[in-house]
Design a protein around this ligand. Structure first.
Ligand SMILES: [Zn+2]
Length: 684
């Protein structure tokens, strides 16, 4: 990738409309009565996913997966705390009420309170998981006080000797006052993005102080630079800046010890010697907190391609830090989907062809694109920053030099994508598609074009291109615009090739018409429909959304004179028409060339200009129209998942089998997790 953090590209599912599915996964294991969507509240829907193929694994593999899943869940508290310093105490308050409240649970106000509790769990804290903004309960403070007072004291996270009144005085404004900690990750241009972000990565510091602190420590000439600051909190103590490292014996020790405990149980069951090596390094990293060890682990992990089972576990993505230093805890436990992997492998095998034929200038191309390993995985469990809201594609590791020297692993989360597709309604497609021809194209090719876009974004998108010698990584050069630019680069590679005959030639696409379906979806989403995710008056903040709007708006402007893409009004409604697909593809190619130049040269001014011009501002009238049209459809813009549950079957204290249960109640699962995996104190 070149680039930075976004690598793990949480390529979140955009709101794409999908009709019938005719993709790889659905033929197998499809009990007709399996309910994918269990409930909907606020702007969220809760879904379930299946684990097809689990039953045919060996006992050893199942047991291995069980331990890895326990390790994954054990770090859950960390992510809450990273998001905001009081999230754990708030969560324990909410859970205390839900389990212990003695008053009337049939009241409408109680239902309103439950909506807040569920939103909180869904977002792992008080800030919206995607919009980053604080949301507050719709119930009154008085009602909240009543809930707390009618909950047994033992259920509440009171400090020693603290009265319920004193506790309420502390907790009420933290939950209810919108001016306290209003934004989790503030990216606003001109703001002190550190001082104004509510995350718990920095305390008492300004952006300037943080930039100076790491600027001094960053070694520009190092060929193998560690990911400075990745696993620590930076704060001031007695006027001095100190770093609190997340490791056994350091910050978050109690949870990390549990992660290590389960990883050590899993270790002997590793499928290959390489996998064992990789897991051993991960354990060592958690014990020492050494970032050099983390890099060693990442290298061993990249090399671990033979095993069927895999795990992402650690402090991985830095989207939660406006300066991209600190990484959030996350874990994905999975095994390979061998059939579907063939498709992604066909793209990966042709990575060099894609690089050679790319419209970027020669100096920015990699002479040798190497080490891309791509696969489709079947997810078994997700935790931390990957749950309940999940990525659909993952590309790791994030360290640029490791990617260059050793390559990366790129995965498509097959069973998650499948569940999304099953849950998406046809209503939105009918409402927003500009013509019957568009609807037909998307019904025919929509699912597969989604898969191919994701595959190419991850496998050849992030992996392509190179940075000019002597120029720092985008994190240094493009700063707060690095993530958006990197996602744009990967998307543009996918857009440029999705309509290419090459995909037909290598057997992954039935027709170049598939690319037309993708162009319709992408432009419609970027120009219009993704606006349904933000509130009136707000700008676009999230990196992937900014990237998509930037690409769509910029392409629209570039082709405006020739009417390549048009806004069309019909019966008072706005639609997107694409009049010239070939020309649109050429425009995407030109944009890719420029975005690669910005990345290769580290052109901050150009990155800022592109994103601020095209990616941030919202057309207010269009936004209003989109919200009104969506409101009528009653579709939740964001979706997240209940995890399946691995249940060990014990005989004489030994695991003799592991079965899968599919819980169907989000609240129950959240309460169980809160009970079972609550290892950290209220404040860390
Ligand atoms: Zn990405």
């Amino acid at each position: 990738m070149n680039y930075i953090k976004p690598i793990f590209c949480l390529f979140f599912v955009s709101f794409l409309f999908i009709g019938q599915k005719e993709v790889y996964l659905q033929e197998k294991d499809k009990p007709a009565e399996f309910k994918v969507q269990t409930e909907q509240f606020a702007d969220l829907a809760v879904l379930r996913y299946r684990i097809p193929g689990f039953e045919s694994l060996t006992l050893k593999q199942k047991e291995f997966l069980y331990y890895l899943t326990q390790a994954a869940m054990s770090g859950r508290d960390i992510f809450y705390d990273q998001n905001f310093i009081y999230n754990l105490v708030i969560r324990r308050t909410l859970e205390g009420i839900v389990t212990g409240y003695k008053g009337d649970r049939s009241a409408a106000t109680y239902a309103d309170f439950m909506v807040y509790a569920k939103r909180f769990w869904f977002s792992n804290g008080i800030h919206h998981h995607y919009a980053e903004l604080k949301f507050v309960p719709s119930v009154s403070k008085e009602y909240f006080a009543d809930l707390v007072k009618n909950t047994p004291k033992k259920n509440l996270p009171l400090k020693k000797g603290q009265s319920v009144e004193a506790f309420l005085t502390f907790i009420t404004p933290v939950i209810f006052d919108p001016s306290i900690a209003p934004v989790k990750v503030n990216q606003a241009a001109g703001a002190d993005v550190i001082a104004t972000s509510a995350n718990n990565f920095y305390e008492g510091l300004t952006q300037k102080e943080v930039e100076e602190y790491y600027g001094k420590r960053f070694d520009k000439n190092a060929s193998e630079p560690i990911s400075l600051g990745l696993n620590s909190k930076l704060m001031k103590k007695n006027g001095k800046i100190i770093e609190k490292t997340w490791k056994v014996g350091g910050m978050y020790s109690a949870a990390i010890k549990q992660i290590v405990y389960w990883l050590e149980k899993a270790l002997p069951l590793s499928e290959t010697a390489q996998q064992k090596k990789s897991l051993s390094k991960l354990i060592e990293f958690y014990k020492t907190g050494s970032l050099k060890t983390f890099d060693e682990y990442s290298i061993e992990w990249v090399k671990d391609t033979e095993a069927l089972i895999d795990i992402t576990n650690g402090f991985i993505e830095t989207y939660g830090d406006p300066l991209n230093y600190k990484a959030t805890y996350e874990s994905v436990v999975s095994f390979k989907d061998l059939e579907a992997t063939k498709r992604i492998a066909a793209i990966s095998n042709n990575a060099q062809w894609f690089e050679d034929n790319s419209p970027i200038v020669k100096e920015h191309k990699k002479k040798e694109v190497k080490g891309i390993s791509a696969k489709v995985i079947t997810v078994v469990a997700e935790a931390g920053d990957c749950s309940p809201s999940t990525p659909i594609g993952i590309n790791l590791p994030n360290a640029t030099w490791i990617r260059k020297e050793y390559g990366s692993k790129s995965v498509n989360l097959g069973n998650i994508v499948h569940a999304y597709n099953e849950a998406t309604s046809e209503g939105a497609l009918k409402e927003f598609a500009g013509s019957q021809a568009e609807i037909d194209l998307i019904k025919k090719y929509g699912d597969l074009s989604d898969d191919l876009h994701t595959d190419m974004h991850e496998v050849i998108g992030h992996a392509s291109g190179q940075i000019n010698p002597g120029i720092g990584t985008p994190r240094e050069t493009l700063k707060n615009y690095a993530s958006t630019i990197e996602e744009a680069r990967a998307d543009l590679v996918a857009l440029y090739y999705v309509i290419d005959k090459k995909l037909v030639d290598i057997g992954v696409s039935p027709s170049t018409d598939l690319g037309k379906a993708e162009y319709y979806k992408y432009m419609r989403n970027g120009l219009m429909t993704q606006l349904m995710r933000i509130k009136p008056g707000e700008n676009v903040e999230e990196a992937h959304m900014r990237n998509r709007q930037m690409i769509a708006r910029w392409a629209y402007e570039k082709g405006k004179a020739e009417k390549v893409v048009e806004f069309v009004k019909r019966d008072g409604k706005t639609y997107i028409a694409i009049n010239d697909f070939a020309k649109l593809r050429t425009i995407f190619g030109e944009m890719l060339k420029e975005i690669q130049r910005v990345t290769s040269e580290g052109d901050f001014a150009a990155a800022q200009n592109l994103i601020e011009t095209y990616g941030v501002k919202v057309d207010k009238d269009l936004h209003k129209e989109v919200l009104e049209r969506f409101a009528k459809l009653n579709i939740a813009p964001y979706k997240g998942f209940i995890n399946p549950e691995l249940v060990p079957v014990l005989k004489n204290g030994k695991i003799v089998d592991v079965t899968v249960a599919y819980p169907d109640d989000f609240t129950t699962q959240m309460l169980e997790y809160g009970e079972k995996y609550s290892f950290l104190p209220n404040e860390n």
